[in-house]
Design a protein around this ligand. Structure first.
Ligand code: ATP
Ligand code: MG
Length: 267
């Protein structure tokens, strides 16, 4: 899955990334789902260890085009994790109060504390994506934000946060199918907004904005991964594999008990 990592300071062209890629994975959907189930079990244990050790903070950022699968990823990758140990923070269009502050204000309030795992469903990257594409601020303003974001994430990392960022890469045909499915299925229609069609027309502008994000803000301390996401099962498998590998790399341990409890018997 290392293949999907964006190495720092590389110029990303998304047209070179195949949204149907399976990397080195040779199996099909069935094998993929079986592997995911095993990984889900590992993630459950790792999350418990993270909580028990109370040392590391884990931040997972999800960004994608509409219908890119952020919600589905959260549902399936974190399927087995104790809900008490993870938190999802979703960032919608900013409120008046949020707009009165700098764009990182609402973000900083949601970052994980010790032992916590937080998933960002959209993030501060909206401030160089939707904000840029719609000219909500002048180019001089959003252009400064790449450095600001890198510095912000560096500060989080230096203070014990492990950061993983995933861009879920689908193509326009896949989006078409998924948006149509939302329209056709009465139980999914609530997810559809007419505005999604306006955003779809801006696909090339969004791709350019994403390419800048990936090229300028993938760092050693907060790497981006471009996840092929046309196949939902592979998307989940890729993210779960990277997450489990990263958590295993933290070499976490259960904490020592405060006193020697050996031989203590409960009456
Ligand atoms: P789904 O992908 O399932 O449709 P969603 O994440 O799109 O879910 P919505 O409520 O449909 O949820 O959309 C949230 C909206 O908030 C998006 O259109 C997004 O671009 C917008 N948004 C988020 N952050 C900002 C921001 N900083 N400035 C302006 N708009 C923002
Ligand atoms: Mg939406």
């Amino acid at each position: 899955m290392k293949k999907f990592l964006v190495k720092p300071e590389t110029k990303v062209k998304l047209s070179k990334y195949d949204p149907n890629d399976k990397g080195d994975f040779k199996g099909g959907k069935e094998e993929g789902l079986a592997k995911l189930e095993k990984l889900n079990g590992k993630l459950e244990s790792l999350q418990e260890l993270l909580y028990a050790e109370h040392k590391h903070k884990v931040l997972i950022v999800l960004q994608a085009m509409d219908a890119g699968g952020k919600d589905g990823t959260i549902r399936r990758v974190f399927d087995s994790v104790n809900p008490a140990g993870v938190r999802v923070a979703a960032f919608k269009a900013p409120t008046a109060e949020e707009l009165d502050h700098d764009y990182l204000w609402r973000i900083h309030k949601q970052v994980p504390g010790k032992g916590e795992m937080v998933i960002f469903n959209r993030s501060h990257y909206e401030d160089v994506l939707v904000v840029r594409v719609h000219n909500y601020v002048q180019p001089e303003v959003w252009k400064q934000r790449f450095d600001q974001i890198n510095e912000f994430e560096r500060a989080l990392a230096e203070n014990g946060t492990t950061i993983l960022k995933f861009y879920l890469h689908i193509d326009m045909d896949e989006q078409k199918e998924r948006l149509q499915a939302r329209l056709d299925d009465p139980t999914k229609r609530w997810k559809f907004r007419l505005g999604d069609l306006e955003e779809r027309k801006l696909w090339p502008q969004y791709m350019e904005a994403f390419e800048d994000v990936l090229s300028k803000t993938s760092t050693e301390y907060a790497p981006w991964y471009v996840i092929p996401a046309n196949r939902k099962w592979f998307r989940d498998l890729a993210i779960s594999t990277i997450l489990v590998d990263t958590l295993e790399g933290l070499k976490m341990n259960y904490p020592e008990s405060e006193e020697n409890l050996d031989g203590v018997m409960i009456e």
